[in-house]
Design a protein around this ligand. Structure first.
Ligand SMILES: [Zn+2]
Length: 189
């Protein structure tokens, strides 16, 4: 009986400890988000950290002899819905699986890239090796982007989106829809 009571005390202590840990974790987590409310319109500009990392990506790629072009940044919900219709209401190719409000582009957290070849043309050829180092420029850019903290659409298993780079800062689309936005430390940029 005494032994049993000791076990209960231990369990209560463990549960108490875990509860405190969860509370601390949640408070820290909330520091990284700002709750702007459900009715907040999506941003019209790129998130400042995503913008800074995108500039770094262009710079680092250019140092490797690769000319990267950003073809898409923030996308309005209306335009996202238009893109979603493509390939579904017409015979065109399906370009996205996300409806309006379902893409990280809608929240300024994603960019799309392409390459510019020596003739100055924008190309989407993932095998192009303009800097002649035996590696595809497209994949080299993806590697640099991942080092900078981007998630690359080319790594997705379901729908490979080779031009797509995003940073979610731990926020799901569901949370973004509810008005949560990443909150950045000044030194993060
Ligand atoms: Zn994209």
């Amino acid at each position: 009986m005494k032994r049993y009571r000791k076990d209960i005390t231990t369990w209560i202590l463990i549960i108490l400890f875990l509860t405190i840990l969860i509370i601390i974790y949640n408070e820290q987590k909330n520091d990284r988000y700002i709750d702007t409310g459900k009715n907040t319109a999506p941003p019209e500009k790129l998130d400042p950290v995503v913008a800074a990392k995108t500039s770094q990506l262009l710079k680092k790629s250019s140092q490797q002899g690769i000319d990267v072009v950003i073809t898409e940044k923030v996308r309005s919900i209306k335009r996202q819905n238009k893109l979603y219709e493509q390939g579904r209401l017409s015979d065109e190719k399906v370009v996205t699986y996300a409806k309006g409000g379902e893409s990280y582009h809608n929240y300024g957290l994603a960019v799309d890239y392409a390459l510019r070849n020596k003739d100055g043309e924008i190309i989407w050829n993932i095998n192009y090796d303009g800097n002649n180092n035996g590696k595809s420029d497209w994949f080299e850019v993806a590697e640099i982007a991942k080092e900078l903290g981007f998630e690359w659409g080319g790594d997705w298993s379901k729908f490979k989106d080779y031009p797509h780079l995003q940073m979610d800062f731990g926020l799901s689309i569901r949370q973004l829809k509810k008005g949560l936005r990443p909150s950045h430390d000044q030194n993060e940029k």
